[in-house]
Design a protein around this ligand. Structure first.
Ligand SMILES: NC(=O)C1=CN([C@@H]2O[C@H](COP(=O)(O)OP(=O)(O)OC[C@H]3O[C@@H](n4cnc5c(N)ncnc54)[C@H](O)[C@@H]3O)[C@@H](O)[C@H]2O)C=CC1
Ligand SMILES: CC/C=C\C[C@H](O)C(=O)/C=C/C=C/C=C\C=C\[C@@H](O)C/C=C\CCC(=O)O
Length: 319
């Protein structure tokens, strides 16, 4: 995809990764509508971008992605102002394990809302021009972070939802690609706020797992993650793909095509199988964090990769 004169929308655009996605889109010739709930920081960025790129390349809109009225309202303003939207980056996200309903509303609800708004505008059956949607997950969307189970759940949800919607778009010939970006820890205020504020109630051993991960392998800079984002925007062969990036580089994840393709261990059951399967999970005291899948062929314990890094993948160059 050539980005010259294309129109992009980025949520959570005022700082951190969202700001880096805005800047790499501008550097590649696109016009960008910035959406963020933080008006003061957003206005400040808009004036900075005006000086560097000119006033006609960007607009800033204050909106909360958890609000249908807000998000839909600014979406309609953006279409009116720019005439079209070709790219959407659902980037807005928070981490707060105590106020977990809000975390789910922003990290998953906001992605769902943005994806649906974009598909209604972009899909060819509605007279749209097609386009691409990049949903920002995390490596916590590929492997569980013990100190952030809610955050992990929302990021796993972004991966599952995006892969399912990419399949819908392909089957229905929407002409819209939907891809997922899964970064390691990145130096932004989300990460620093998380470390400094009491978002969660965790025992020391749980906290040390995450802290040791950052200490041993470091954190990414936003501009490196933005290069991975650009690969997902521009590569028109990618739909339903997840690009994972950590200090060792970027790799496309190879997911099993179907649940049946996951590695597994059979479990014997007789009649009344679903209740029997339930009882196995209740009674077997060796099981914790285990998933028992049951279908007409029987019941199997799924063998998940221990860590995101253990998933099959294909390296990609970001130069
Ligand atoms: N920083 C990290 O270590 C990683 C971050 N991510 C994800 O990347 C995305 C961006 O994160 P960061 O740049 O680190 O965070 P950040 O906190 O630096 O920036 C997030 C932006 O989203 C905005 N925002 C928050 N809630 C919103 C809402 N309801 N409506 C509209 N805007 C809202 C904030 O005002 C802020 O400007 C998030 O989805 C996060 O989960 C993924 C992996 C690693
Ligand atoms: C605690 C969350 C802090 C910040 C959230 C940040 O926004 C983010 O999304 C960071 C994600 C980083 C994830 C990094 C690696 C995840 C690996 C998973 O497979 C977890 C698996 C096990 C942890 C121990 C290990 O050896 O990897």
């Amino acid at each position: 995809m050539d980005l010259k004169d294309k129109v992009a929308v980025v949520t959570g655009a005022a700082q951190g990764l969202g700001r880096s996605f805005v800047e790499i889109l501008l550097k590649n010739g696109a016009k960008v509508a910035l959406i963020d709930v933080n008006k003061s920081v957003g206005d400040e960025l808009k004036s900075t971008l005006d000086q560097e790129y000119g006033r006609d390349r960007t607009e800033f809109y204050t909106a909360d992605v958890t609000s249908e009225e807000d998000f839909k309202g600014v979406w309609e303003k953006i279409v009116k102002a720019f005439g079209r939207i070709d790219i959407l980056c659902n980037n807005a996200g928070i981490i707060n394990e105590k106020h977990w309903e809000k975390t789910i509303a922003v990290n998953l609800g906001g992605v769902v809302r943005g994806t649906y708004l974009a598909l209604e505008h972009m899909k060819k059956e509605n007279g749209g021009n097609g386009g691409v949607i990049i949903n920002i997950s995390s490596m916590a969307g590929l492997g569980p972070l013990p100190m952030a189970p809610i955050y992990t759940a929302t990021k796993h949800g972004v991966v599952g939802f995006s892969r399912a919607m990419a399949a819908v778009s392909k089957l229905a010939n929407y002409g819209v690609r939907i891809n997922i970006l899964c970064p390691w820890f990145v130096k932004t205020s989300l990460l620093s706020n998380f470390n400094s504020e009491e978002h969660i109630e965790q025992t020391p051993p749980v906290k040390s797992v995450t802290e040791s991960m950052m200490q041993t392998r470091g954190c990414l800079e936003t501009d490196v993650v933005a290069k991975a984002f650009l690969v997902l925007v521009k590569d028109e062969s990618k739909n339903g793909d997840a690009l994972m990036i950590d200090p060792e580089g970027a790799v496309f994840i190879t997911f099993p095509e179907r649940a049946k393709d996951l590695r597994s261990t059979p479990v014997s059951l007789e009649t009344d199988v679903v209740a029997k399967a339930f009882l196995v999970l209740v009674k077997d005291e060796s099981k914790n964090g285990d998933a028992l899948m049951i279908d007409p062929e029987g019941a199997v314990f799924i063998t998940f990769p221990e860590r995101a890094k253990d998933l099959r993948s294909t390296p990609v160059s970001l130069e």
